[in-house]
Design a protein around this ligand. Structure first.
Ligand SMILES: Cc1cn([C@H]2C[C@H](O)[C@@H](COP(=O)(O)OP(=O)(O)OP(=O)(O)O)O2)c(=O)[nH]c1=O
Length: 193
């Protein structure tokens, strides 16, 4: 089987891929994630996932294989929200999400450097937050859990306390939509089951 490379520093993406019993290496991309205002939200996450994959392809050009890269963002009121840069920003993000619905979009790129073929796609998941007081939001921020997460929360952790309802793929919110990824890998003759 082809060498599989996860182009991500995210421990969540690593865990999701490990759950599929796939053998893979990790090579981290260090591109700057730039949003292009001319593109749609979906096109932006796909573009960034593609840029991560291309960066790792360059770093691994001595050993071809299949590169998996992803990018996750939150969209609220049609504004793309990435990771908070500080606690005050985390508060503003969580306050703006409180009591409302938002979307989490993950773009994925699967790039076979052996076949010189790449596919990009994305998934959307709708999340409705319960309403929380400023005090509760600050107590959550103090846990530090949301610091490296898009939208300043982690559905897989204490952030689940904010989530009233979810419509769509759960692993998409954590950073790697499993069913979509499996369909994309099948295009490269990698079958999980
Ligand atoms: C909304 C949400 C996001 N996240 C995470 C998924 C992503 O890791 C992160 C969004 O940042 P990304 O830029 O997509 O990924 P990353 O910087 O963590 O890793 P890399 O670029 O090296 O692949 O937010 C959660 O873990 N739980 C959640 O509930």
């Amino acid at each position: 089987m082809s060498r599989i490379i996860l182009a991500s520093a995210s421990s969540r993406r690593k865990e999701i891929l490990q759950n599929l019993n796939l053998k893979f290496d990790i090579v981290v991309s260090d591109i700057e994630e730039k949003i292009d205002k001319q593109l749609s939200n979906e096109e932006n996450v796909e573009k960034i996932a593609l840029e991560k994959a291309l960066d790792v392809a360059e770093k691994t050009n001595d050993t071809p294989g299949i590169i998996i890269a992803a990018d996750t963002m939150v969209v609220a009121d049609d504004i793309l929200i990435g990771k908070p840069t500080n606690d005050q920003e985390a508060f503003c993000i969580l306050k703006s999400l409180s009591g409302k619905q938002h979307e989490v979009i993950t773009g994925i790129c699967v790039f076979s450097t052996e076949k010189n073929r790449k596919i990009v796609s994305h998934r959307n998941t709708k999340i409705k937050f319960a309403t929380h007081s400023d005090e509760v939001i600050w107590r959550y921020i103090e846990t530090g859990e949301g610091r490296d997460k898009a939208g300043a929360y982690a559905i897989q952790g204490l952030g689940s306390l904010f989530v009233d309802t979810i419509e769509g793929c759960y692993t998409n919110v954590v950073g790697l939509p499993i069913t979509l990824l499996c369909d994309m890998l099948a295009e490269f003759d990698v079958h999980i089951l």
